[in-house]
Every structure is written in structure tokens, then in C-alpha cells.
Unconditional design. Structure first.
Length: 430
């Protein structure tokens, strides 16, 4: 354990020493670096409108956004699906730029000159990260290579396109131009990142002691910083350090919420708990007595019942190795019945229950059936979130929520479901 701590300390010393090599940027330096970054992005988009092979690929890409959006069930890596959703949401069938994307796809195929095509492409306001990802995807289809996570996700999505798209041959000058602009963009983005790493270390330090190592917090904060560097636009009048602060904080807080506790709580609940326990510590330090629920509720302007629920949430995770009583050597694990593997009757019971639920679900509307099956994992895959179900059905999350509520209301009203629940409750001493 001591050796591990020493290794971590050495890593931290190297990180801090590396960060000290990069001075903070002035406003003029930020303007110049960000200008180079966006000039590279615009040059890549001009290549999309100028080179016939790239124009054709861009038209197909935009058409597939509306006709064949990425479906989570076809991705072995869910993170890639998340990346595509983040980049392409505006261009899906229900996105705010879908009509513009449809028009652009048509115009790119029919218009003959770069000057005529480029305005339709510019109106889409393609994000820098998506422009770079598409450029790398085009480069790879011609046999070139360049690292990019968005391009990795696009490559997975391309296998789902109907009809499939074939490879293309690019002239050497075109490939050189793509590589040159990609290199300029990457160097500018990385320069913004490296000169602001000390901000990541500072923000990560505020979240120490929450069940996550400091190095992991720095890693997640750095990912947030990279995302900020991709989206930053100096011309909007903000300094980069101001802009990236929220991106870094959001990335670190989300990671702490996801892995810092045994049970994942919504972000707003975590914030409420943080305020509650901070006020509790302040009040206890001031009076020397642990404050009761009424005092905390009054201090924070919360409902007493809400305060009580938040206080209880800290106790949701209990180790099975914990002793049953203070003076008892036995553990909670000793009180659990059952073997490592369930008996044959357990498998039969589960199969029977699954078959019964399938029959009950069949009585619902087709759209309700799809939502219930996907949300509770009644198919062969794992349960999906509302956002994931919405993506697979091509509808909004609110529509999925309404279908879910309607389906549950109908299932609850079925006499067979009521009887089955009563039998199950009685058998398990519910």
C-alpha cells in the first residue's frame, strides 16, 4: 500500500512539474490560437464542398442522420453511441437542424460549384469535433490514418448504413490538405489544453475524499477541458479559463456521482445532499451539538420530510462484511440464506414468470410493448434508459415516458397481473 502511495506521489510531482512548464495564456494568445483552430475547421468544410469524393460522402452522411440514425443495440461500445448522439442530435429527424441537413444533402448532390455548395454546408454550423471526425473518417476510407474518437464512432455507424457506402480514392494533394488541417487543429486545441491544465488540478482537488482517487479526478477533468477546447469560440467575448471552468467541473462532478458511491443518485440530489451535510457540519461546529432534522430544514428552507430522506440516503450502502451488532463477531453475510447457484425450481420459476409477463405485455399497444420490453430488459439485452429507448425508436424521451406510464397503468389494471403479484408477495413474505 505504501509503495502504491509513493508511486502516486511521484506521478503527481511529474504532472505538476509538467503543468508549470506552460504559462497562462494572455487574451491575445488565446485569440490567435483559437483563430488557427477555427480556420482549420473552415478549411476542412471548404474541402467537403470542393472535392467531389468528399462532397458525395458528406451528402450521404447527412442523409443517413435522418433516415438511419445510430441505434444503440448495434454498438458493442455504448460510449461510441453516446459520442454520436452528442454530435448529431441536431441533425436527427426530430432535431432543430434536420430540415437544413436534408436540403444540404440534396444540394451537395445537385449543385456543381464549390461557391454554390458551401453556403448550404455553412448553415449547418457543424461542430468542430464533428467536422474533424468526418474528415478523419474520409481520410481513413481512402487508406489514411489519424487518431480521433468521433471518427471511431462514425466507422462503427457506417457499417449500419443502408445502402452500404463504398470506399473512395483521394488524390495525394487532397490527402495532404486533410492531414495538414487536422494537424493544425489538433495542435491548436492541445495548446489550449496544456496551458490550462493547472485549472484541472485545482478543481479536482476540491473533490478529494469522495471515494475517487485524485488521479482519476484529474483524468476526467482533463476530458472536460478537451471538450471545452473543441467548442471554445474566442469571438463570443469570453476568456478560455472562464469558459472551461464549467466543463471541467461538470466532468468531475459527474464522475464522482457515477463511481464515488455504491448507488448512483441524480445530480440534483447529490447537490442537495452536499448542501445539507455542509450545513450540518457548520451548525455542529458552531453549537457543539449535532443539529436535528427540524433545525437543518429551517436553515436550508427545505421540507422536513425531504430533509429526513436526504439524511437517510447516506446509509443506503452497507457492507456484507459489517458486523451485525457492535459486540457480535458475526457478519451480515452470515444471515443470508441460499447457495451460490440457485436450485432448479428457481430457474423454472423465473422462466414461468418471464412467460407470464410476456403474455401480459402482449395485450398492450405495439409502441407500449416496445418501450416496456426495452426498459425492463425483457428481451435478450440489458435494460435501457429512456434516452436509449428514445434513440432506438426515433422519438423524444418525453414520449417514451408517457408510453411507459400508460403501459404500467394498463398492466396494473389487469386482474391476472394483480393475482400473480399477490401470489409472488405471499411466497416471498413480501
Amino acid at each position: 500500500m505504501k509503495a502504491t502511495d509513493q508511486a502516486d506521489d511521484r506521478d503527481l510531482e511529474l504532472m505538476f512539474a509538467e503543468a508549470r512548464r506552460y504559462a497562462l495564456l494572455t487574451a491575445e494568445e488565446e485569440r490567435e490560437i483559437d483563430g488557427r483552430k477555427w480556420h482549420a475547421v473552415w478549411t476542412l468544410q471548404e474541402l467537403f464542398a470542393d472535392v467531389p469524393e468528399l462532397t458525395q460522402y458528406t451528402a450521404v452522411f447527412l442523409q443517413q442522420c435522418g433516415a438511419n440514425p445510430p441505434k444503440i443495440g448495434r454498438f458493442s461500445n455504448r460510449e461510441q453511441h453516446f459520442v454520436l448522439r452528442r454530435e448529431l442530435t441536431d441533425y436527427f429527424a426530430d432535431g432543430k437542424s434536420h430540415e437544413l441537413a436534408t436540403v444540404a444533402a440534396r444540394k451537395l448532390r445537385t449543385l456543381k460549384t464549390t461557391q454554390a455548395r458551401l453556403p448550404h454546408l455553412s448553415r449547418l454550423n457543424l461542430p468542430a469535433s464533428l467536422t474533424v471526425g468526418m474528415s478523419v473518417a474520409m481520410l481513413r476510407r481512402a487508406g489514411g490514418q489519424f487518431p480521433d474518437s468521433v471518427a471511431d464512432a462514425i466507422a462503427n455507424w457506417e457499417r449500419q448504413w443502408q445502402p452500404p457506402i463504398s470506399g473512395h480514392v483521394l488524390e495525394r494533394e487532397t490527402m495532404k490538405a486533410l492531414r495538414r488541417e487536422l494537424r493544425i487543429y489538433t495542435e491548436a486545441r492541445d495548446k489550449l489544453v496544456m496551458h490550462n491544465l493547472r485549472l484541472v488540478y485545482s478543481i479536482a482537488g476540491r473533490y478529494k475524499g469522495r471515494g475517487v482517487s485524485y488521479l482519476d479526478l484529474v483524468q476526467e477533468g482533463t476530458l472536460g477541458l478537451i471538450r471545452a477546447a473543441e467548442k471554445f469560440e474566442f469571438e463570443k467575448g469570453f476568456r478560455f479559463s472562464t469558459y472551461c471552468f464549467n466543463w471541467i467541473t461538470q466532468a468531475v462532478r459527474r464522475y464522482v456521482g457515477d463511481v464515488g458511491t455504491l448507488i448512483r443518485l441524480p445530480t440534483h440530489v447529490q447537490e442537495q445532499m452536499g448542501r445539507l451535510y455542509k450545513e450540518k457540519a457548520i451548525e455542529q461546529l458552531r453549537t457543539g451539538v449535532e443539529p436535528d432534522e427540524e433545525t437543518l430544514a429551517a436553515k436550508l428552507g427545505m421540507d422536513i420530510e425531504k430533509t429526513r430522506q436526504l439524511l437517510q440516503m447516506r446509509n443506503l450502502g452497507v457492507s456484507l462484511d459489517a458486523p451485525r451488532f457492535d459486540d457480535d463477531e458475526g457478519t451480515l453475510l452470515d444471515t443470508l440464506s441460499g447457495e451460490p447457484y440457485g436450485g432448479t425450481e428457481d430457474s423454472a420459476e423465473q422462466a414461468s414468470l418471464h412467460k407470464f409477463l410476456g403474455g401480459a405485455v402482449d395485450a398492450l399497444e405495439p409502441s407500449e410493448q416496445r418501450v416496456v420490453v426495452a426498459r425492463w430488459g425483457l428481451h435478450d439485452g440489458p435494460p435501457l434508459s429512456r434516452a436509449e429507448v428514445a434513440d432506438s425508436l426515433g422519438v423524444s424521451r418525453e414520449w417514451v415516458r408517457q408510453l411507459e406510464r400508460s403501459a404500467l397503468r394498463k398492466l396494473k389494471a389487469q386482474d391476472s397481473v394483480k393475482a400473480a403479484f399477490a401470489d409472488y408477495s405471499e411466497a416471498s413474505n413480501y
